[in-house]
Design a protein around this ligand. Structure first.
Ligand code: PLP
Length: 376
């Protein structure tokens, strides 16, 4: 079977891990520092904080966004506008912060939040906005910022936006890598992402203040960047989590970082091939391609007619396909927040992702195209 997702691991990684394991320091130490410096340069933003998963980064980001005074109690009852089409991790972090998800409908053209619906749903109860760049296709961040300008003028309050960039390592919006658009951006370095550290995540912050707070709260609220590096006599004014990355994961990250451009390039080449070959294929519709966005295509989504038959047809041809993430709003844990979402209904009826990653040979990607063109 051609897999839908696959681990990309540098040949240098085992030796890099071995060096850390025998160094006498396996916690958060010099390798994390080195990794963070490389990430700052790569993203072009000095405010970065590695964490031990994307989920941890989203959890901490929501704390920063919804508890600005640092009371540590959260603001139970506040609303977070969010998408139901994502890995449940995105929305569990809302519940874990004592907040209420309010669903924004999904735009079938992009699989991201429908920004018209988002504009309608911002109210004075909105504490934060969570968006996911689905399959690496960037949300229209300039339009989102314009909607927030209007909301701020009306309500006198501007909710922070958290960009879940778990699918979107390497994606750019208006020529800049994600993480440079005035919001909190959170990447995942989980096993099957473009770029893995085994498990891990990255927060990219819009201000030095948020960065300082994120770096403190990721490790119990203790400031490891201070000269005393958090000696126990220092007061801890605000409690934090055990969300920091360690040197073992950072060493895997450093080894893999060297190849990520090449890896992302291959995803994009395969996607461009599919764009060309499938543009006029019967029974499939491609998602949007706006000229101001360069997606990294963690998956290649299609809207198909007869989805069940399509999945069977592709599976029989040895190609793994799936929707990747089930709709979240029907899970028992989220049922109290249900609402009518016609865009999402259309998407779950028709959306399916096909393999697009670095592991596809030229023959395999042609096989995918030919199988689709043969009909189902
Ligand atoms: C959209 C999305 N958000 C968040 C996460 C959570 O990331 P992690 O597994 O690094 O905690 C994932 C993970 O697969 C994801 O796909």
């Amino acid at each position: 079977m051609i897999p839908l997702l696959k681990v990309q691991m540098s040949e240098e990684a085992p030796a890099a891990v071995a060096r850390v394991l025998t160094s006498g320091m396996i916690g958060q130490g010099p390798v994390v520092d080195e990794f963070e410096q490389a990430l700052r340069e790569r993203i072009g933003n000095p405010h970065v904080a590695t964490v031990n998963s994307g989920t941890a980064g989203l959890h901490l980001a929501l704390r920063l966004a919804t508890d600005p005074a640092g009371t540590g109690t959260g603001e139970a009852g506040g609303e977070v506008l969010t998408t139901p089409l994502t890995m449940v991790a995105t929305n569990w972090t809302i519940l874990a912060n004592g907040l209420r998800p309010r669903w924004v409908d999904v735009d079938p053209a992009t699989l991201n939040v429908d920004l018209d619906d988002l504009a309608r749903k911002i109210t004075p109860a909105t504490r934060a906005i969570m968006v996911v760049h689905f399959a690496g296709y960037p949300v229209d961040l300039a339009r989102l910022s314009g909607i927030l300008d209007e909301a701020e003028a009306l309500y006198g309050f501007r909710p922070l936006v958290i960009e879940d960039c778990a699918h979107a390592w390497g994606s750019t919006y208006r020529g800049e890598p994600l993480g440079n658009h005035g919001n909190i951006a959170v990447f995942s370095f989980q096993a099957v992402k473009h770029f893995t550290t085994g498990d891990g995540g990255l927060m990219v912050l819009p201000t030095p203040e948020l960065n300082e707070r994120a770096r403190r709260l990721r490790w119990f609220g203790i400031d490891r960047d201070s000269p005393g590096r958090g000696l126990t006599r220092d007061d801890i004014p605000e409690w934090g989590y055990k969300f920091h990355m360690n040197d073992i994961n950072a060493s895997i990250g450093l080894a893999n970082l060297a190849r990520t451009d090449e890896v992302v390039r291959r995803y994009r080449e395969n996607a461009a091939f599919f764009d060309r070959e499938l543009a006029s294929a019967d029974g499939v519709e491609l998602t949007e391609r706006a000229p101001d966005r360069q997606p990294s295509f963690w998956a290649y989504p299609l809207l198909v007619s007869g989805k069940d038959a399509f999945v069977k047809h592709m599976t029989q041809a040895g190609i793994t396909v799936s929707q990747v993430h089930e709709r979240n709003d029907h899970h028992g844990a989220l049922r109290p927040y249900m609402s009518l979402l016609p865009g999402l209904e259309e998407v779950v009826e028709r959306m399916v992702c096909v393999p697009v990653g670095w592991w596809l040979s030229d023959e395999e990607r042609l096989h995918i195209v030919d199988t689709i063109k043969a009909g189902w």
